[in-house]
Design a protein around this ligand. Structure first.
Ligand SMILES: Cc1ncc(COP(=O)(O)OP(=O)(O)O)c(N)n1
Ligand code: 3NM
Ligand code: MG
Length: 218
């Protein structure tokens, strides 16, 4: 496992940007070489075979790289992979994706389980009570990946400090906006397009990491 998964770049895959195994695996190998804090496998398709094959391969890569792999939406897939890869594999749940406390029961106390809280502190409070490991807020900026996600103000991030869990900012983060989200309090900066829309995800992550170092200087 990575030295500290609770701060840094949180890279999220996208099946449109990475449409087949070859693209997905090559892009994730590059991304992992730049040591993101977390990698999320996000595939909204109903193709269970594909999802298993791709997520299992990425879990192997993540295990070797010491970076947790977070499975989006799918408790059963996370549980199957967790049986093989242990705490390398975690889960991200949105508000429509099943009960967080049930997922915690299934995956155990050491698993990383994240929760989407949109712009709502009440959802964050409930996620904490149900055993979340991190709280995700957003969308903070215009997103190419999910333009319809509800908007959130950056001031929410300082309000969410009270929960004492890592705060994830998501939605339209790039080398410029990420810095603003970091300065507003987010420990984890989640992005699809700024990493997997780039020619080289490793270079993109290094540039994003440099912008966070720059933010820390101010
Ligand atoms: C880190 C992170 N934050 C938020 C989301 C969004 O989750 P959700 O609202 O369930 O939407 P989908 O991603 O499932 O479309 C996320 N995946 N990751
Ligand atoms: C998957 C997702 N969830 C969001 C939320 O606000 O909950 S925004 C988003 C997409 C993030 O992609 P990009 O970095 O390309 O904007
Ligand atoms: Mg979801």
């Amino acid at each position: 496992m990575t030295a500290d998964w609770t701060r840094g770049i949180y890279a999220i895959t996208d099946a449109t940007l990475l449409p087949d195994d070859e693209c997905l695996f090559a892009a994730c190998e590059r991304a992992l070489s730049a040591a993101p804090a977390l990698l999320q496998y996000r595939d909204k398709s109903a193709d269970a075979d594909k999802r298993w094959r791709q997520a299992a391969t990425l879990a192997g890569y993540c295990h070797d790289a010491g970076v947790p792999l977070i499975v989006n939406d799918d408790i059963a897939l996370a549980a199957q992979l967790g049986a093989r890869f242990g705490t390398t594999v975690g889960l991200h749940l949105g508000q429509q994706d099943g009960a967080l406390d049930a997922a915690r029961e299934i995956l155990g106390p050491a698993a990383i389980i994240g929760a989407t809280c949109h712009a709502r502190l009440d959802l964050a409070e409930r996620a904490v009570a149900e055993g979340a490991s991190y709280l995700a807020f957003g969308r903070f900026f215009a997103s190419r990946t999910k333009p319809e996600a509800p908007a959130a103000p950056l001031t929410l991030l300082s309000d969410a400090a009270r929960f004492g869990l890592p705060r994830v900012a998501i939605g339209g983060l790039d080398v410029h906006t990420m810095r603003l989200a970091r300065e507003a309090g987010a420990e984890l900066l989640a992005t699809v397009h700024a990493v997997f829309g780039a020619d080289d995800p490793a270079i993109a992550i290094k540039e994003l990491q440099a912008s966070l170092v720059e933010a820390a200087r101010h």
